[in-house]
Ligand binder design. Structure first.
Ligand code: BES
Ligand code: MN
Ligand code: ZN
Length: 496
């Protein structure tokens, strides 16, 4: 059932909703004026409550009350938006997401979000994104009592009476919700269990999305990967009963300009570590080791709706890393799609192998920028924590552009250095390269290894190992798969 959206200018006492979330700027008198009609309907109880709670409109300060039938909205939540000048798209997205989460928690189906004034279209879009991102729940495997009885069906953006709402703003609101839905495609894939979401199923999910959105999609099966010489993807998958896949999604506008963005993602539907098996503790989290590829699916779904004037490609390296009699081993040497030979050191460093072939395949479409994303190293999580991704760029100019994109999207990314002297640690006695370096700086040596397969192409690699999966909801992210990165890639696309 699609979410019904509307943008209206109306008096807050006239709004029918399960939850009316009212955003107010910081500053004593302003918000009291806007709330006066409700306060009047509640016979002064609201003003007393706000006073008791010392509500000033400071960012994220919240006061919630049930209206007990005094106004049509069943419940109101008043949320401080903080300083008016600091209220950007990310803040509005997080505000909307919190409101949507509260509707879920209170088993409502209709949400109204009231703002003190109509923001610009980009911010209105962010409200649309936030509603969908906050309302998201993964319920596919819940039955009976556990199945949620209510889900968000209606969402309205309310601005003060008398405000004219241009059509462009209404469209931005709807676009935002559709972009939010795209990120939710990513989340569904990340949350799906690894017995269900095998590499084949992941490729099918990409195909299904492509068909719905009018994108081209090519899928290479094991035979085709073999024929093309993608030996590293095959090597990683050879210990698994589930065949690997390489997926190539293509968005091509009628009159495309020369630019071409290519986004590549790591799609390990499960990473047991292989023969260098991981400890039992937390191994289940490795179902999310396909988050980079899932981001590609969500991103391409959004691209199909944003319709940029240049080509965009999405490439996913999909495999499962398992130990068995046919599994690849430390000491093995393999060729690659690029031609370079690689000595295997640790079978748990499988991601960079799959990506090496995916990246050198990506070069065949001649990218202006090659953007890689992967849950690549635990070392990156140690360095930056669980709410921030690391990224590497082959030039300062490109790094700056990516930084700006992440800021605009409101996602945390921190640039890491490609330290040239660490290349030494990837030297092998028997092959062109070892695939892991020394113990320290593990995220950096992984990035250096990937760079060996992109030639001179301007290259960004994002290590999303920390934020891809979350053990709690925060900002506009939900518990479980977050889709962290998709909005940043969209904002990078926007800049191009
Ligand atoms: N998928 C893991 C990285 C990972 C760790 C993602 C924690 C999310 C959370 C990756 O394949 C891996 O196992 N990397 C190894 C590399 C090492 C063997 C050089 C690591 O980080 O320990
Ligand atoms: Mn691994
Ligand atoms: Zn992995």
């Amino acid at each position: 059932m699609p979410l019904k959206l509307s943008c209206v200018a109306a008096e807050l006492t006239q709004i029918h909703a399960d939850l009316l979330a009212i955003g107010v700027f910081e500053g004593a008198s302003v918000h009291i004026d806007a709330l006066a009609p409700i306060d009047h309907a509640l016979r002064g109880a609201l003003a007393r409550l706000l006073k008791r709670e010392e509500f000033t409109g400071k960012k994220d300060q919240t006061v919630s009350v049930d209206t007990l039938g005094q106004i049509p909205a069943h419940r109101i939540t008043i949320v401080g938006l903080g300083d008016k000048d600091k209220l950007g798209a990310p803040e509005l997205r997080a505000f909307a997401a919190r409101a949507a989460r509260e509707v879920n928690a209170t088993k409502g189906t209709a949400l109204a979000i009231a703002l003190p004034e109509l923001p610009d279209p980009l911010r209105v879009r962010a409200v649309g994104e936030g509603i969908v991102l906050g309302a998201y729940r993964f319920t596919r495997y819940l039955t009976g009592e556990r199945k949620p009885k209510a889900m968000l069906a209606k969402a309205a953006l309310i601005v003060p009476p008398g405000t004219t709402i241009p059509l462009g703003h209404k469209k931005a609101f709807e676009l935002g919700s559709r972009l939010g839905e795209s990120v939710c495609i990513t989340r569904d894939l990340v949350n799906d269990p690894p017995n269900e979401l095998t590499p084949i199923r992941l490729a099918e999910a990409a195909q299904k999305m492509a068909k719905e959105r009018g994108l081209q999609c090519r899928v290479f099966d094991r035979k085709e990967l073999q024929r093309r010489g993608m030996k590293l993807i095959i090597a990683v998958a050879q210990g698994s009963a589930n065949e690997p896949r390489l997926v190539h999604l293509i968005y091509k506008p009628a009159k495309a300009s020369k630019k071409r963005l290519v986004v590549v993602g790591k799609g390990l539907t499960f990473d047991s570590g292989g023969l260098c098996i991981k400890p039992a503790q937390g191994m289940g989290e490795m179902k999310s080791d396909m988050s980079g590829a899932a981001n590609v699916v969500g991103f391409m779904s959004a691209v199909a709706q944003l319709k940029p004037a240049f080509e965009v490609h999405g490439i996913m390296g999909c495999a499962e890393n398992m130990p068995d009699g046919a599994a690849y081993r430390p000491g093995d040497v393999f060729g690659s799609f690029d031609g370079k030979t690689v000595e295997i050191i640790n079978t748990d460093a499988e991601g960079r192998l799959v990506l090496a072939d995916a990246l050198s395949y990506a070069r065949t479409v001649d990218p202006t920028v090659l953007l890689c994303n992967a849950t690549l190293t635990g070392a990156c999580v140690v360095a930056l924590g669980q709410h921030c991704s690391g990224f590497y760029a082959t030039s300062d100019e490109l790094g700056e552009r990516f930084n700006k994109a992440a800021k605009a999207a409101g996602e945390q990314f921190w640039r890491m250095p490609l330290l040239e002297d660490m290349k030494e640690s990837l030297k092998s006695d028997v092959a062109d390269l070892k695939h892991t370096g020394d113990r320290w700086g593990g995220s950096i040596s992984a990035a250096l290894f990937l760079r060996e397969f992109v030639g001179e192409t301007p290259f960004i690699h994002c290590d999303i190992a920390g934020p891809a999966l979350s053990d709690k909801a925060y900002s506009f992210y939900t518990k479980g798969g977050t889709g962290h990165g998709v909005l940043t890639f969209l904002s990078f696309l926007d800049q191009m």
